[in-house]
Design a protein around this ligand. Structure first.
Ligand SMILES: NC(=O)c1ccc[n+]([C@@H]2O[C@H](COP(=O)([O-])OP(=O)(O)OC[C@H]3O[C@@H](n4cnc5c(N)ncnc54)[C@H](OP(=O)(O)O)[C@@H]3O)[C@@H](O)[C@H]2O)c1
Length: 358
């Protein structure tokens, strides 16, 4: 079946076969963990050039005992769903082969998130398969759920963009921000965002103890956020001393007065029925606002907000696990919807508490 013609009403009891391209990486490892525990998926293939013939359990210690062996990504098996967890540029080069191998392709990279070739010229280094851009569905399921059933190409949203969009979405949807021109977003991220390769900036001695502005301006995820909301955002990203997590603090300056009641209504209306969204806003105790530690390892997104009337400001907090709600979890969530599976299948588990640094 060709890309874009996937069946949408898969029998919930049916077993679907899956491939993970880039299975030895961080998000690939998370995909393997999630698919391993998923009631509807059987992992048929996991690829890695560096670890070819090693078992997935040998590379990912949390999967110890799992004996599927990594294989060459050049030789694709025919499966129902192919997840690509590869660096930017790989999927756009191989999308013909990926869509030949699977009816549904879920890409975790940035290769199909933006709508036009012009955006890729502006924010990346262009695009080698622009004909696929109009076929892909940008997947934050909370934003695009209705577009997912039956789609053949899913582009899972970027981690920092996901944290920001989930935080700000209810404000834009409720029109509390009509006429607003200024949104400032500051995101703190953990080291796993850099992938298993990491590089010098992610090595333990360099990373330990830091609060380092690594993308003061011009972060590529700005493009996704602006595409979603249609206004420009001032976006800065800090690398901080944690492994998992993206925490977005958004400063919003509405044109007119906004009450706390209106804020609660906006967030409740958007997220009351969302299985993975939770509101943490004030109250008592230690965890009064969203924190990555509270959702580490899960597909939850926590959002919270406060009013600052003296400065005519709304401040919004949003926390996700970059490798879950910000990539692998989001990818599985979107695939569940696209394939007509139970939406929360394989993802309905809580995190740990108390727990060490995520
Ligand atoms: N890390 C995050 O928090 C995060 C969040 C959201 C989105 N993403 C996106 O998800 C993708 C994967 O990120 P990651 O952090 O998991 O990266 P990673 O840890 O560096 O893993 C990359 C994987 O891709 C494989 N790979 C590299 N080049 C390849 C090629 N040319 N053909 C086939 N396989 C190739 C690697 O294995 P071999 O080299 O052994 O083949 C490895 O398994 C990236 O596009 C990233 O931007 C990451």
């Amino acid at each position: 079946m060709a890309l874009g013609e996937a069946e949408s009403d898969t029998d919930a009891a049916e077993t679907l076969t899956a491939t993970v391209i880039g299975g030895s990486g961080f998000t690939g490892g998370e995909l393997l963990r999630l698919l391993d525990g998923h009631p509807n998926f059987e992992i048929r293939q996991a690829t890695s050039r560096s670890y070819e013939n090693k078992t997935i359990g040998a590379v990912h210690p949390n999967l110890r005992g799992r004996t599927l062996r990594f294989s060459d990504p050049a030789e694709l098996e025919s499966v129902d769903v192919l997840f690509a967890a590869t660096p930017h540029g790989v999927s756009m080069e191989r999308i013909d082969a990926f869509s030949e191998a699977a009816d549904t392709v879920v890409d975790l990279s940035a290769d199909f998130r933006l709508n036009t070739q012009e955006q890729y010229e502006e924010w990346y280094d262009g695009h080698s398969s622009p004909e696929y851009l109009e076929k892909s569905v940008y997947a934050l399921p909370e934003r695009n759920r209705e577009k997912l059933p039956g789609t053949g190409l899913i582009a899972a949203g970027g981690c920092n963009a996901t944290a920001t969009i989930l935080g700000l979405g209810p404000l834009f949807d409720s029109e509390l921000l009509t006429g607003t021109e200024q949104v400032i977003v500051d995101v703190k991220v953990g080291s796993s965002e850099g992938g298993a390769g990491g590089g010098a900036a992610s090595s333990h001695p360099e990373r330990s103890g830091i609060v380092r502005p690594y993308a003061p301006t011009g972060h590529r995820h700005e493009a996704e956020i602006e595409q979603e909301f249609g206004i420009s955002v001032s976006f800065t990203v800090h690398a901080v001393d944690m492994i998992r997590g993206a925490s977005a603090t958004c400063h919003v300056f509405p044109e007119g007065p906004v009450s706390k009641k209106e804020l609660w209504s906006a967030y409740r209306e958007s997220y009351a029925d969302e299985p993975f969204m939770r509101i943490a806003s004030g109250g008592s105790g230690v965890y009064r606002y969203p924190e990555p530690k509270a959702i580490a390892g899960t597909n939850y997104g926590d959002v919270g907000f406060e009013l600052d009337p003296a400065n005519k400001r709304i401040v919004v907090f949003s926390a996700i696990d970059n490798m879950m709600k910000g990539s692998a979890g989001q990818a599985v969530h979107a695939a569940n919807i696209a394939l007509g599976l139970e939406e929360t299948a394989g993802l309905a588990f809580q995190g740990l508490h108390p727990v060490g640094a995520p």
